[in-house]
Design a protein around this ligand. Sequence first.
Ligand code: NAG
Ligand code: NAG
Ligand code: NAG
Ligand code: NAG
Length: 574
Amino acid sequence: MSLLMALLRVQGDWYIFIWLIYCKIYSVIIWVFGNHCRGADKARSVITAGVGEQSPAGLHRVRTRRRRSQHQHRTKLVALARRPSLRRIVMAPGANAAHAMMEDKEKTLHGALTTVSMRTRRISQFAPLLIALVGLPARGKSQLAHRLSRHLNWNGESTKVFDCSEYRRRHMALYGSHDIFRADHQQGSAIRRQSAREAVQDAVLWLKDGNSVAIFDGTNITKEQRRELNEYCLSDMGFRILFIECVCEDQDMLERNIIEILHYSADYKNMSEVEAVDDLRKKLEHYMRQYEPIDAGVENISFVRVENMGETVTAHKVAGQKESGILGYLSGMRALPQTLYFTRHGESEYNVLGRIGGDASLSARGQLYARALGEHMNALASREPMSVWTSELRRTKQTAADIRAPKRAVRALNELDAGICEGLTYEEMQERFPQEFAWRDQDKLRYRYPWGESYIDIMTRLRPVLSALEDEHNVVVVGHQAVLRCMLGYFLDAKLDELPYMNIPLHTIVKLTSYGYKYKVEMIKMPIDCVDTHRQQPKNCSITRSASDALVTVPSHYDTLPSNLWQNAPEAQL
Ligand SMILES: *[C@@H]1O[C@H](CO)[C@@H](O)[C@H](O)[C@H]1NC(C)=O
Ligand SMILES: *[C@@H]1O[C@H](CO)[C@@H](O)[C@H](O)[C@H]1NC(C)=O
Ligand SMILES: *[C@@H]1O[C@H](CO)[C@@H](O)[C@H](O)[C@H]1NC(C)=O
Ligand SMILES: CC(=O)N[C@H]1CO[C@H](CO)[C@@H](O)[C@@H]1O
């Protein structure tokens, strides 16, 4: 009593003491309820078994309240509360001590479960993922690996492909012949085993470095190899693992793949065509003798089987965010040779004036380009059906007007929104928003205009367009500078930081042709003059720089629209 009086006398801090008393009572209640709950319901402790050390006291509190709700619902809650972020919310103040106590109890309680299932169950949704490809040569494994890698990288999952055959080539300066792929070839199989091991080790290092996906591009054809790899990943490393088996029964597709291998594989660089074909055929035979397709009934692994490059996709025991995303991507995939055309709109009136953004019409020279583009494309379209994608802005629609093919205006192709700087010249930007201008030069990729967008924003909105475009053939994309930088960057595997400085001039058609898993670029320049809109990063990006330092790389432009633009009087240019 006297203690309480003493407390009350310290008037300023009385509420702190009441809070402390409240917390103590709270933790006692939780401790009691937690115990009661576990004793009462065995099924629940089974649910928590995998949670192990993560099971928070607050979780039990939630479950007690929901005791009479459906079992399914409860499982979902458990799964949710396992996430650390949620745990913090669910936990009551002062519950920490109770939590630690219960953790110890759970550990002893569930120690009886086998270690394997404990380990596998505990692997988090967010653990790194190893993807192992399975299948015979020429089934499109490498192509799938690299496309998937490009897709995942673009979606923010750092991904790398580890190609077994590259490791093998390092061990053998020269490719001798198919003999090394025989099962009974001692030296050959030793080398193959060694290179597979090295590739796996490098993939593991990559994942341990904090990257999120590694794609192991080997054949891994036997059950035993897969079981080993599965065990190693789950139990020893604590990674998630997904096998992707590539099957190809379509003879045309197979032939195309084989021709591509003969053309592009480093193994066959020096061989004559006849020799190479014969060698590859024998190599395939060796592999076929050893190949054991994945059998869902016998093998206990999660896998996706991709038949004929995405024609049929079956999944077995696939769970997790990354995995479902990959499954979605694979099931939408087509793998036909493709040609794509990209072009910026013709020179617009704003280009002439050096203004950014806006929705201006084409200049006179821009209209000439639209006509030239129409002629060029119509010649191609007469041979093969073609379609045209434009943005919703006037200048791309006008540019595409002369092409005789179905057209679609896609909002996601609209130019980067410059927010408060829409319609300004760089000079005006420097005058009105010198700080914004400098910040943009410091990190053009991530800089977002106030009320506008950044390159990263465009990359995000382009995702569905890019996925769609990967499955198209003979499409002309009439777009804008920033949008095309991102799109071409995607197909050409450009480094993200280089994207905003890629040079894509006006009045130029960029033709992409697929070969293997890469793309060949061709720039077709139309002989029609135009201004240059490419501004390089200036040396001085500090916010205290002078106006001349800021404007040193601004390309020249006109101050007013000249009336005789199509005559290209050079002296009119600044
Ligand atoms: C393959 O070509 C390289 C040069 O490109 C040459 O040095 C090498 O000897 C050739 N190998 C065979 C087996 O012809
Ligand atoms: C398959 O693996 C899971 C864990 O990944 C395990 O719980 C299950 O018992 C295994 N099944 C068989 C038939 O081995
Ligand atoms: C940029 O300009 C500012 C102000 O003129 C100057 O103090 C600074 O040293 C310059 N920085 C570089 C990297 O040239
Ligand atoms: C041919 C091949 O790539 N085999 C590998 C599959 O994975 C296992 C497990 O790591 C390797 O040991 C094999 O060499």
